[in-house]
Ligand binder design. Structure first.
Ligand code: Q9C
Ligand code: ZN
Length: 331
């Protein structure tokens, strides 16, 4: 299987603050290294760097002023970590002030912009777009995109949830020129950015299985009654499961989600491994073998498939989960 790798990831070195306390960051370069090592050890994967993309490729889904903010905040080395202190309120948020922009373009305090952030995020978008081009041209039937930072929480003009640019959505938008597209989001957190970007569109079906947002990040979306709007009504599905969910209660949601995506001509899987039982922040109880089962069930849809890495924070098990999922496409 071909793997498109975003080597620019290494310059993104976030810090993390939880409820006012500095905590050990979860979204670290070691995640990428752990997955790469596991794929190399397993064998059968061909690694390839993407061609660089121009920033303008992002504008299919992201606002130009947001992209400019990410670039400028990454270049501004008078600030080590651009994190919001004030979020927009009232009817007319002012956007010119540097501190106002931090809050305007970000929905949480988990997603700092530091020196290498923009290059890392742009490299991830390049990897996803490169993979989509290869699948669109028929050169590959399935590809895995190995990247960080993740993308599925990133909206049109806001970063959050460790995500800056929505890699999966950029690939989906590329496929949408050719036929029916579905995004299946298996990260334990709701893919709010992907939902938001396609919420009024019928050409990209978005389906996410995740922890109940009543109890888990991102809290403000991911409820089952969010089904789309306008042309997109009925084209978004959420499966919200309680914290502690294991394989048996997960399986019916997976089968219903597969039914919702099975008519697609191109499939994107947002693969978080943070639903694994060992994940330090996920809270679900899926064993490694269940990742193999999920990969197998997705493979059986027999649709060209782009798998893109999202979350997953246990450095000891993230690699085995990815290998387990991708084994279905072996041989
Ligand atoms: N106490 C992704 O998995 N909140 N993002 C963590 C832990 C942020 C997750 C709180 C979770 C963001 C891509
Ligand atoms: Zn996650």
């Amino acid at each position: 299987m071909r793997v498109i790798v975003n080597s620019s990831h290494a310059g993104h070195l976030p810090f993390e603050c939880e409820g006012g306390e500095p905590v050990t960051p979860s979204e670290v370069p070691g995640r990428f290294e752990a997955i790469r090592t596991a794929l190399q050890t397993h064998g059968g994967f061909a690694f390839e760097e993407p061609d660089p993309i121009d920033e303008s490729a992002l504008l299919a889904l992201h606002d130009a002023d947001y992209v400019a903010y990410l670039r400028e905040a990454s270049l501004d080395r008078t600030v080590q970590f651009a994190v919001p202190s004030v979020f927009p309120f009232g009817p007319s948020p002012r956007t010119k002030n540097a501190m106002a922009r931090r809050g305007l373009y970000c929905f949480d305090t988990y997603t700092p912009i530091t020196a290498g952030t923009f290059a890392a995020a742009l490299g991830g978008a390049a990897a996803a777009i490169h993979a989509a081009e290869r699948i669109a041209s028929g050169a590959d039937r399935a590809i895995y995109v190995l990247t960080r930072p993740p993308g599925h929480h990133a909206e049109r003009a806001r970063c959050g949830g460790y995500s800056y640019l929505n890699n999966a959505a950029l690939a989906a938008d590329r496929f949408a020129k050719l036929g029916r597209v579905a995004v299946l989001d298996l990260d334990v957190h709701h893919g709010n950015g992907t939902q938001h970007l396609f919420y009024d569109r019928s050409d990209v079906v978005t389906v996410s299985i995740h922890g109940d947002p009543d109890q888990m990040f991102p809290y403000f979306s991911g409820f089952e009654d969010e089904t789309g709007t306008g042309n997109g009504l009925g084209f978004n599905r959420n499966f919200a499961l309680p914290p502690g969910t294991g394989a048996n209660p997960y399986r019916p949601a997976l089968e219903a989600a597969l039914e919702a995506v099975c008519r697609a001509e191109f499939l994107i899987v947002s693969l978080g491994t943070d639903a694994h039982e060992s994940d330090p922040i996920g809270g679900f109880k899926l064993p490694t073998e269940f990742f193999a089962e999920m990969g197998q069930r997705v493979k059986e849809l027999n649709v060209p498939t782009l798998v893109v890495q999202e979350g997953g924070y246990n450095l000891e098990t993230i690699g085995e989960c990815v290998v387990a999922f991708l084994r279905a496409w072996e041989g």
